[in-house]
Design a protein around this ligand. Structure first.
Ligand code: SAJ
Length: 445
């Protein structure tokens, strides 16, 4: 059994030397917070430019991250945080966090290239007694099937004896990285109860919220399940919206009335589900149980519903164009909103990207506008000028107070498709726009 007393003392005295592999939007903030708490932190990343930027005291993270740039400059200045491209700089590390990407491929299979490379490189340099904690979101069972064997193989050491393992999935959202790290509870999944106890002591230096002790599989399951849960709930809202649309009801009215019933909380239907977590984590969860030959139904079905929403936007567009005897192929279409989330510049897995792909594949002339995405920051009116439809794909504030009369004047054909239900259908009608929205039957206007 690993002797954890020494590690416990080092953590208590804040003398434990910390390593963080992967200095992205998760690894870098956690490295800065731990350095600021008093630990000496060595961050390792494969990108030399990113390492150099950090060692110059500058944050390479895009987008607004309150407090991160100042925090990073301070800990680098004090020599508490050093970045490197070499895992050799982790030979003295007592605790190493792994924060690398864990994407899925087209067949929804996890791509662990970065994770495996980190485990192999780390294994070659770790010292006896090191604690390795994976913070990346991984499929249940990955610690057993991938992390443990790779580190044992590359280090020649025995886990639980010469090194310890933990899983502590991150719960951060772009734009609130430091706040989330401090304020969101975390599961400290240890290989043994003694390890999870040490993890709590370690994370208490930066986390003010609950730190829940558990084991490896529970930590892996919790993170993937919490995002699968959200995906299924969004899919329910989307399917209910399509039901409302088909029978002539308004989804927003039905949603409000359903949510008056105790214990109900129908989310918002929309043009689709994007981002770096929700579209991926349900597949990580499913992959984790694939070898158990469990037939999952709800989780894959929810993914299919959410992935189909851009096609429903296409259906609304075709119906609206037919009303004006317009052929899609001869039309010019404006997409308003390209980020995956309102008030964000993050475009990962954006439903707008899917819609753009569909329209482009049909040789439709498409214009795009998004106040937060640099390449699409032209004005709304420039974008929609002489277009045959304007499609709202993201609930940016800029689209919630549109001058509908001016919109109508700039469009060649007065069609407004509301993928996030941010425009009042009556006001659209008063502005003589043909309004269609997800979960709304425009024939009712
Ligand atoms: N969406 C809907 N309807 C909804 C809510 C979201 O269509 O009712 C869409 C959004 O437009 C977006 C996608 O789903 O395209 C994801 O939105 P999100 O609000 O879930 O935001 P994310 O992707 O940043 O999710 C993160 C997750 N946090 C972490 O992984 C740490 C998720 O677990 C959180 O629940 C979510 O933030 C949150 O609550 O803000």
């Amino acid at each position: 059994m690993a002797n954890l007393d020494n590690l416990k003392q080092l953590i208590f005295e804040q003398k434990a030397r910390v390593g963080v592999i992967g200095l992205g939007y998760v690894g870098l903030p956690v490295a800065c917070l731990l350095a600021n708490a008093g630990f000496h932190v060595t961050g390792v990343d494969i990108k030399q430019v990113r390492v150099d930027t950090i060692n110059n005291g500058i944050s390479p993270i895009e987008g607004k991250e309150p407090g991160l740039a100042e925090l990073l400059a301070g800990v680098v200045e004090k020599g508490q945080l050093i970045a490197s491209t070499s895992h050799d700089d982790l030979t003295n590390a007592d605790i190493i966090l792994i924060d690398v990407e864990t994407p899925i491929d087209e067949q929804h299979i996890p791509q662990y290239r970065a994770l495996k490379a980190a485990c192999r490189s780390l294994g070659e340099v770790i010292k006896d007694g090191a604690l390795i904690i994976v913070e990346s979101t991984i499929a249940p069972g990955t610690m057993e099937r991938v992390v443990r064997p790779l580190i044992e193989e590359s280090s020649g050491k025995k886990s639980g004896i010469e090194f310890s393992l933990g899983a502590c999935p991150e719960r951060v959202m772009p734009g609130k990285l430091l706040a989330n790290l401090r304020d969101m509870s975390r599961v400290c999944g240890g290989d043994t109860p003694a390890v999870s106890e040490i993890m709590v002591k370690f994370y208490r230096n930066i986390v003010e919220a609950d730190l829940d002790q558990s084991d490896l599989i529970t930590a892996e399951l919790t993170k993937t399940a919490e995002n699968a849960y959200r995906d299924v709930n969004i899919a329910f809202a989307n399917e209910l919206a399509l039901i409302c649309q088909s029978v002539g009801a308004d989804f927003l009215e039905v949603r409000g009335l359903v949510n008056k019933s105790p214990g109900r909380n129908v989310l918002y239907a929309g043009a689709g589900v994007g981002g770096h977590c929700i579209p991926k984590d349900p597949w990580l969860l499913a992959y984790g149980v694939a070898e158990k030959k469990m037939d999952l139904h709800l989780i894959p079905a929810a993914r299919a519903v959410n992935d189909s929403m851009p096609q429903h936007i296409m259906d609304l567009l075709r119906i609206a164009l037919e009303t004006f005897d317009k052929l899609l192929e001869e039309s010019k279409i404006a997409i308003l909103g390209f980020a995956y989330l309102e008030e964000s510049d993050d475009v990962r897995n954006s439903p707008s990207e899917k819609l753009l792909e569909i329209l482009t594949s049909l040789n439709v002339n498409v214009m795009v506008q998004d106040p937060y995405v640099p390449r699409y920051q032209n004005s709304i009116f420039e974008t929609i000028k002489n277009c045959d439809a304007a499609i709202i794909m993201v609930a940016h504030h800029a689209y919630q107070e549109l001058d509908l009369k001016a919109i109508k004047k700039h469009l060649r054909t007065p069609i407004l498709i509301d993928g996030r239900r941010v425009v009042d259908p009556q006001k659209a009608r008063e502005a003589e726009l043909h309004y269609s929205g997800i979960g709304f039957d425009s024939s009712k206007l």
